[in-house]
Design a protein around this ligand. Structure first.
Ligand SMILES: [Zn+2]
Length: 256
């Protein structure tokens, strides 16, 4: 019994996702420490020299620039990324800018957010007109279900938002079909996935066989076509500094 507990503790300690496993690749820990230190300096500078060069659409925080971020799972370090107050990152802010541009959130509406970021939850918390429903299989949410089987009736939502979720789903077309099903006719789907520059056709990444862990799809330029196949029409695409466009689709009016 004790022996199995020790073995389990050792296994957890050595697991690649364990914080203790940073000896394998110390870069994420290093970049997290650097980004926190730089953000502390930015906060001090903002106190001493207040600026409104950038404004967060979620919490209205303003400063000379956004803060640094680092991702624990990949060797990535981003400047001018996160809000130093609410923590909204660049893609969350852009998603919210697009949804407020294309839809009047002051009217009564049902907005469904699949894989909702915490900053987006905060943003909608203050908008009482819109009924905001979060969907996630792994995080605390209004609807605890997978994108491939959302526990909502047909034609419920005016808007669905889905940011960086589909690339983790093996049956991504089924997920898109679910978004289509829960939308009212002419409802809007605001979708963002990582799209590989220069890749014309979407490719399946063969090694990943489980939803929710790692990317299953390398999306190419044909991503909008894959969505339109399900019964949507592409209304607009807006790139974020040349990367990962946010696409706005509309459910065809003749779809029930
Ligand atoms: Zn903010």
């Amino acid at each position: 019994m004790v022996d199995s507990r020790i073995r389990r503790a050792v296994r957890l300690f050595l697991h690649p996702r364990s914080p203790a496993a940073c000896y394998r690749n110390p870069y994420p820990l290093f970049s997290a420490l650097v980004s926190r230190s730089l953000n502390l300096m930015l906060r001090v500078r903002n106190r001493l020299f207040p600026s409104h060069a950038v404004v967060c659409p979620v919490c209205r925080w303003s400063g000379s620039k956004f803060g640094y971020s680092s991702a624990a799972s990949v060797n990535a370090f981003h400047a001018n990324d996160i809000c130093l107050d609410c923590g909204a990152n660049r893609r969350t802010r852009r998603m919210l800018e697009v949804v407020t541009d294309v839809f009047d959130l002051n009217r009564t509406a049902v907005v469904v957010d699949v894989g909702a970021a915490s900053a987006t939850r905060k943003f909608f918390h203050h908008r009482e007109q819109a009924q905001y429903l979060t969907v996630d299989l792994y995080k605390e949410s209004d609807i605890r279900s997978s994108i491939t089987d959302i526990d909502l009736g047909e034609g419920t939502a005016d808007v669905v938002m889905c940011c960086h979720v589909l690339e983790h789903i093996i049956e991504d077309q089924r997920g898109i079909a679910e978004l289509h099903r829960i939308l009212k006719p002419k409802g809007l789907a605001i979708l963002m996935v990582p799209q590989k520059a220069g890749l014309a056709q979407t490719q399946r990444i063969p090694d990943v066989t489980l939803d929710g862990f790692g990317h299953v799809w390398d999306y190419g330029d044909d991503f909008p076509n894959r969505v339109e196949e399900v019964g949507f029409v592409l209304l607009s695409s807006r790139a974020i500094e040349g990367r990962d466009p946010i696409h706005v689709f509309q459910k065809k009016s003749d779809c029930a």
